[in-house]
Design a protein around this ligand. Structure first.
Ligand SMILES: C[S@@+](CC[C@H](N)C(=O)[O-])C[C@H]1O[C@@H](n2cnc3c(N)ncnc32)[C@H](O)[C@@H]1O
Length: 234
């Protein structure tokens, strides 16, 4: 996913331009820090105080030149208008957050408003069109059958959360002047692999190459666990 994001950024903005990035629901700040290290100015917005504290802790270990390019703010991604002026970012990330938002459309409209013309909106969502894959491939055939008739699922934390459909988001993005420009599948083959599994370096390289290839290739990307959608502000 990071590779796809970098590719989209490289394809839209001149090399070396310091971009203004907003990471909504940044969690522990993995992407925020990565983009700050790459030279961009990053604002992280996070509603959970403990996540924000973890992100602050990681940021504290960075060299000063990177620390001064990062702003971390406690707040709700549904209220970006309270914190920022419209058009004040080149890139807005909202990765792994929409699942927790009951009504995604107003939040997405708010995020699109934060973008300057030509800016990139990067969304990572759970794929509602392929919810049967996880239980089905794990041998839970009853769970897989039930997953056809719903757009909610139980996540690894045991919470019942929302998934999104590609076509619905395509329509939403068109309606908020940030039409879909590219999309990828994420976790085509590895959704049932534990996040903490450690693989030898060469095997990890193979897995990443496989996921990258499948995430760009039909029909595989359509049944990925997650979808990475890139909209561009008109
Ligand atoms: C699954 S984590 C993803 C973290 C990070 N974006 C990533 O991709 O690794 C979801 C994060 O979104 C945050 N979050 C959920 N709803 C939010 C909201 N309405 N506003 C801001 N943050 C939110 C959660 O607190 C959590 O830190």
């Amino acid at each position: 996913m990071a590779r796809q994001l970098d590719e989209q950024i490289a394809g839209r903005f001149p090399v070396g331009q310091r971009l203004r990035v907003l990471d909504v629901g940044m969690g522990q700040g993995t992407q925020a820090l990565r983009l700050a290290r790459a030279g961009h100015s990053v604002t992280g917005l996070e509603s959970d105080a403990s996540m924000l504290a973890a992100a602050r802790e990681s940021l504290a270990t960075e060299p000063e030149g990177i620390r001064e390019r990062v702003r971390l703010i406690e707040g709700d991604g549904r209220e970006t208008g309270v914190h920022f002026l419209p058009g004040s970012f080149d890139v807005v990330l909202c990765h792994g957050v929409l699942m927790y938002v009951e009504e995604p459309d107003p939040m997405l409209a708010g995020l699109a408003r934060m973008l300057a013309p030509g800016g990139l909106l990067s969304l990572l969502v759970r794929n509602a069109d392929a919810l049967a894959m996880r239980p089905g491939l794990a041998g839970d055939f009853g769970g897989a059958l039930a997953a056809f008739d719903t757009a909610t699922y139980t996540n690894r934390l045991g919470l019942s959360v929302r998934a999104d459909r590609l076509d619905t988001l395509r329509g939403t993005l068109a309606g908020i002047a940030a039409p879909l420009h590219a999309w990828y599948g994420v976790r085509v083959f590895t959704d049932n692999v534990d996040n903490d599994v450690e693989l030898p370096a060469d095997e990890m390289e193979r897995v990443l190459a496989l996921e990258d290839r499948a995430g760009r290739t039909d029909p595989y990307r359509g049944v990925a666990a997650l979808l990475h959608l890139c909209g561009v502000r008109g």
